[in-house]
Design a protein around this ligand. Structure first.
Ligand code: MN
Length: 314
């Protein structure tokens, strides 16, 4: 029996944590001879901690790196959820045997030497795909599992306001709401309004949800601070700009882009530091000190990272 680690990206969000935990539970139920263990590559988001605690589900343990296998030992088997890019994954990923991917992001530089379960769909959350896998294996998720999946779906799709939301997501969310006897939007709103992120220091606003990309050989970090009131961040602009620059230097990165996403006003204030040329071209804006308001921009993946990555190719 081998142990298989399942984990989401670094600086994990709710979808990365809960998808790893729920997929582990599903795969362990299948009883295929492996033992699946969820892990996390960073701190627990508070909404993930709250919902796991409420259902008495243990938190995934922190995974720092995958060491090279000792002589005669098999490499650690892993499944990546909610990411597939090495730069966003665990240290020492090259030492691991990646046997699966369950994701809803772009595919970047991925190749294997043997067939693997590479399950990606352009849906609103990885949790939606995990729910779909429950259906594929004809396993009815429990109330606890449905609640956790719904939590991840509603946060990743910003209560279905994000343009990443598909008709399949809407249908499955409605189904869960009916089974659980609740209004999914109220359920999601409750998560957002109870987040303590409104008490974050500028360093946390920058670092708590940030992803790295290699663009034309440069390290570009794109962070997103979601809030119900953007003035919480923008009232502290000098500290926020300093925190962005400190983060850039500490990570030896070329560029940091931060989206302060106001889910009530439905848009993002975009700030940049470092080499701004590619993000400015991609987003079609010029960085100014107080940032640039982009109405309707809620999805980092679709509306921020994708155009920036596209601009790099020219
Ligand atoms: Mn996700």
């Amino acid at each position: 029996m081998s142990e298989v680690y399942i984990f989401g990206h670094k600086h994990p969000d709710n979808d990365s944590i809960l998808s790893a935990v729920m997929l582990s539970q599903l795969y362990n139920q299948l009883d295929d001879g492996n033992h699946y263990v969820p892990k996390r590559l960073g701190g627990m988001p508070e909404e993930s901690a709250a919902i796991l605690k409420s259902w008495d589900i243990p938190f995934p343990e922190y995974l720092d790196e995958i060491p090279a296998p000792a002589d005669g030992e098999e490499p650690q088997k892993v499944i990546l959820v909610d990411h597939n890019e090495e730069i966003q994954s665990v240290h020492g990923l090259a030492n691991a045997d990646v046997i699966g991917v369950v994701d809803h992001h772009r595919i970047a530089n991925f190749s294997t030497t043997k067939p693997i379960a590479f399950i990606t769909l352009p849906w609103g959350s990885t949790a939606t795909i995990v729910l779909y896998l429950f259906h594929c294996y004809d396993i009815q998720p429990t109330v606890a599992q449905l609640s956790c999946l719904l939590s991840a779906m509603m946060t990743d799709m910003v209560m279905m306001k994000s343009p990443t939301t598909t008709d399949i997501d809407r249908q499955l969310i409605q189904n869960i709401g009916e089974i659980l006897g609740l209004d999914p939007v109220d359920f999601g709103m409750n998560i957002f309004t109870n987040r303590a992120t409104d008490k974050y220091e500028p360093e946390q606003m920058v670092a708590h949800d940030i992803k790295a990309f290699m663009i034309n050989g440069k390290r570009v970090f794109i962070g997103q601070y979601e809030t119900v009131d953007k003035s919480i961040a923008l009232d502290r602009l000098p500290e926020l700009r300093e925190a962005m620059e400190d983060f850039r230097r500490a990570k030896n990165a070329d560029t940091v882009v931060l989206a302060v996403t106001d889910i009530m006003e439905e848009g993002s204030q975009i700030l940049m530091t470092g080499d701004k040329s590619v993000p400015e071209r991609g987003l079609g804006i010029k960085d100014v000190y107080e940032g640039v308001w982009m109405p309707g921009v809620l999805s980092r993946k679709k509306q921020i990272a994708a155009p920036i990555l596209a601009a790099a190719e020219h």
